[in-house]
Write a new protein. Structure first.
Length: 199
């Protein structure tokens, strides 16, 4: 499920290239050394799936959201099985003549009402989870794109591509670890700013 979740996130975050503007301010010394190991040139790449899987936002919020989604799905499956089992048991009892037609109809209506309520509640829960996943994906995409822009603030690279599209490339053009560090830095900054905003 983790692989599927990450694949969906990568699909949602798919980008082929990221053009960058020249920086208007000089880059801080610490940031300048971040891309020292990468060969200067027109092109670089980022292993997006790796960055997402190793990012702090995924390890804290992403995994929690994934577990919440899996738990909800298991709960829905179990409730559906229970309702189906009840309906089957009722039918068997009626066919064996163990309950009256009136009782069978009353219990059948009760099961139908609970099934309708279950469907309504499940749809609401699904919509809420879909929205949470959508927001999480957008936040992750925003962090990733901001990180790439900051890493390439000096315009060193004219194009940065998603490594999933690469057939072969030198490891020297891999910006993944640098981007990951920047994503984590931006996420930490975002988390620290939230309490101040709510006051």
């Amino acid at each position: 499920m983790k692989k599927i979740f990450l694949t969906l996130m990568v699909a949602a975050l798919s980008f082929t290239a990221c053009e960058q503007k020249a920086a208007t301010e000089a880059t801080a010394e610490g940031e300048a050394t971040a891309t020292e190991n990468v060969v200067e040139g027109d092109l670089a790449y980022v292993r997006v799936e790796y960055v997402l899987a190793e990012s702090e936002i995924y390890k804290t919020e992403g995994i929690a959201l994934q577990e919440k989604t899996e738990k909800a799905q298991k709960s829905w499956e179990q409730k559906e099985k229970n309702l189906q089992y009840e309906a089957t048991q009722l039918q068997e009892k009626y066919q064996k003549g163990l309950i009256t037609t009136a009782d069978a109809q009353k219990k059948s209506q009760s099961i139908e009402k609970r099934a309708a309520t279950f469907q309504t509640n499940t749809q609401k829960e699904m919509q809420a989870l879909d929205e949470e996943n959508f927001v999480f994906t957008n936040r992750t995409q925003d962090l990733l794109m901001r990180a790439i822009k900051e890493v390439n603030a000096d315009g060193q690279f004219k194009m940065i591509v998603n490594a999933t599209a690469l057939l072969d490339a030198s490891d020297a053009l891999d910006l993944s670890d640098t981007v990951l560090a920047k994503v984590n830095e931006l996420y930490a900054k975002e988390k620290n700013e939230k309490p101040a905003e709510t006051k």
